[in-house]
Design a protein around this ligand. Structure first.
Ligand SMILES: Nc1nc2c(ncn2[C@@H]2O[C@H](COP(=O)(O)OP(=O)(O)OP(=O)(O)O)[C@@H](O)[C@H]2O)c(=O)[nH]1
Ligand SMILES: [Mg+2]
Length: 274
């Protein structure tokens, strides 16, 4: 896929660590989906052209989610989850990905597929994992309630304290990584999945970039997240990771870098493939 532009701040660690990788990495997009039939058309229509592989992991939706994907994107790989949870679905999708880069998107319209080139740009500039942040300059959210905003900030603060990271956002669904780093990234089963990925990446010494992102409001339907229950699960995941004897890998400590601004133009929305 086409990378839209260089990071304004240059390579994240001073030198492009990806020298030698292909210039136009193939991108696999993984979308966990649970009863999102009315949201999927808008999401698929905004996927940039050139996506190598679309993987939709369905949590046994009782609506027409799967039929909608098959109609709008016949080449999509549609997987049916046997377990439960968003993270469980993502893990299944990751295992089936064939691209150089894997990107996660939500099916409810909150994460804008048109921002995808920013994440690819952060990876090709040197990051191992690029995670969206709603709290960087130029970012924002139309979806966060006051309670969730406070909770997200607090959980991010706890992680920064315990793991010496400099994250500004821990629980946002937009993440991209080089697929060959997957064995160094832990993928928890539920809504604590983003926390587990970000924490394990830091503990493994991976270079993590934050990308400013605007979270749009869920377009249709109801949230599957229960703020207190899932916030508690995120906290449990953080504490479990802290007291886990060893990090997921023994790679030397790397750095966590926040990318504040970048030139990446957002690709024009593509028509959903008919
Ligand atoms: N396959 C699968 N997908 C899920 C599951 N739970 C949630 N999802 C999907 O994961 C994405 C995020 O879930 P949401 O309900 O939007 O959670 P949220 O974004 O934290 O909550 P809102 O801001 O209220 O939308 C959506 O695409 C859901 O359809 C699950 O158990 N299985
Ligand atoms: Mg959502």
């Amino acid at each position: 896929m086409e990378v839209a532009g260089p990071l304004r701040q240059g390579a994240l660690d001073g030198s492009p660590r990806r020298f030698g990788r292909r210039d136009s990495p193939r991108v696999s997009v993984v979308i966990p989906t649970l009863n999102e039939e009315r949201n999927l058309p808008g999401v698929l229509a905004r996927l940039p052209a050139g996506v190598h592989q679309l993987i939709v992991v369905d949590g046994r939706s009782s609506d027409q989610s799967v039929a909608v994907v098959r109609r709008l994107w016949p080449r999509a790989l549609v997987l049916t989850q046997s377990g439960t949870g968003k993270g469980d679905a993502l893990a299944l999708g990751f295992a089936a990905a064939t691209g150089d880069i894997v990107v996660t998107l939500d099916a409810d319209g909150s994460t804008d597929p048109a921002e995808l080139p920013r994440y690819v740009a952060a990876l090709t500039a040197g990051a191992d994992l690029a995670k969206g942040s709603r709290f960087l300059e130029g970012a924002g959210s139309a979806d966060l309630t006051r309670t969730r905003r406070v909770g997200a900030r607090a959980l991010t603060g706890v992680v920064n304290l315990l793991f010496s990271t400099g994250y500004t956002d821990l629980c946002y669904g937009y993440t991209a990584f080089w697929r060959d780093r997957l064995d160094q990234i832990s993928v928890a089963a539920g809504f604590e999945v983003e926390a587990s990925m970000s924490i394990s990446a830091a503990r493994a010494g991976l270079v993590v970039a934050e990308v400013p992102s605007f979270e749009r409001a869920r377009v249709h339907g109801a949230t599957k997240l229960r703020t207190v229950r899932d916030g508690t699960r995120v906290l449990g995941e953080i504490l479990a990771a802290r007291f886990r004897r060893r990090p997921v890998t023994t790679a030397p400590a790397g750095q966590t870098v926040a990318t504040q601004t970048m030139d990446a133009d957002v690709a024009e929305p593509a028509e959903a493939r008919a």
